[in-house]
Design a protein around this ligand. Structure first.
Ligand SMILES: [Zn+2]
Ligand SMILES: [Zn+2]
Ligand SMILES: [Zn+2]
Length: 315
């Protein structure tokens, strides 16, 4: 659970009026406006300018200063929200969907996530690095094509559940649960969406959300920061392909893409297997899940995979 008090004011304000967007003034993420957003963490040079640029989020969920301080508070372990929240301008273009990215540009963006993962790993306070991309989200604070790199001193809840399962599996079988899952999926074939020599896209057997897709390396790898140079192009191809399929099969819905990397402390390297998860937001009632933690997915992953495989043809 993340407590971000300055966001509470946002939420209250947003109840009364439409969400404030950056459409009034000049965009702080467009080329030429860098002085509006001067604190650069990293950028990919491109001719005389930049191709991908990383800056601190002005209203972060997490702050880099301070030490984590846990205190018990009933059911929840409340922790001061300490961490790093970086905002990535995905491209110089103000509006540009990942599904339309040329592969060389997606390669540059993935290389930036890899570099940020490797850099944040060196900060001993952090346990995880997540990459998060929201597409078409009504709650987004910025219109410019952007994503987030978030480093946390704790393990986010969904990842913790995945990790716990993977650790337990490894303890019993001495094998990576994800590697075994991939072997099964490749054998069954019905939930596969796309693959190349290095990566596979599939609708997981236990999908929590309709049309959820994972993109994972075929060979075991826990640290996204150690991704080989030769893997960038094949990974970029499958990520762009997955999002083109979501758009074609589901009529361009909003979606989230998240990178689940392994823990940064060097543990769990054999147990965890990094993967990207793609989850379309189809506007269904989430109260049940929120209230009970029980997920009910109305679209079987086999049917989702069938539709998504067909989706590429209409790209
Ligand atoms: Zn812009
Ligand atoms: Zn594995
Ligand atoms: Zn995951």
């Amino acid at each position: 659970m993340i407590v971000a008090p300055e966001r509470a004011a946002d939420l209250l304000r947003r109840r009364a009026e439409p969400p404030p967007l950056d459409t009034s003034g000049p965009c702080p993420f467009c080329p030429g406006n860098e002085q509006l957003n001067p604190e650069e963490i990293a950028s990919t040079p491109d001719g005389t300018g930049w191709a991908v640029r990383v800056t601190p989020d002005k209203r972060p969920l997490l702050h880099i200063e301070g030490d984590p301080e846990r205190r018990g508070a009933g059911m929840f372990d409340v922790m001061n929200a300490i961490g790093a929240h970086e905002l990535v301008a995905d491209t110089r273009r103000h509006e540009y969907a990942w599904a339309d990215f040329p592969i060389p540009h997606m390669v540059r963006l993935l290389a930036m996530y890899r570099a940020r993962s490797a850099d944040l790993r060196r900060d001993r306070r952090f346990r995880h690095v997540l990459v998060l991309k929201n597409h078409g989200a009504v709650w987004s604070r910025y219109r410019h094509a952007h994503s987030h790199v978030i480093a946390t001193p704790f393990t986010p809840k969904r990842l913790e559940e995945e990790l716990a399962g993977a650790r337990e599996y490894y303890r019993m079988k001495e094998r990576c649960a994800f590697c075994d899952l991939l072997t099964e999926e490749l054998g069954a074939g019905v939930r596969l969406v796309a693959r190349n020599a290095d990566f596979v896209t599939f609708a997981p057997f236990a999908s929590e959300y309709p049309y959820e897709m994972w993109v994972a390396p075929l060979r075991h790898a826990a640290d996204f920061g150690a991704l080989a140079e030769s893997a960038l192009v094949p990974l970029a191809e499958l990520i762009v392909d997955a999002l083109a399929r979501v758009r074609a099969a589901l009529d361009d819905p909003p979606y989230s893409v998240v990178l689940h990397g392994g823990p940064l402390d060097g543990g769990d390297q054999a147990e965890f297997h990094w993967h990207w998860e793609v989850v379309p937001h189809l506007g269904r009632e989430l109260g049940m899940e929120w209230g009970t933690g029980i997920f009910s997915n109305p679209v079987p992953p086999e049917e989702a995979a069938r539709q998504l495989r067909g989706g590429a043809a209409r790209r």
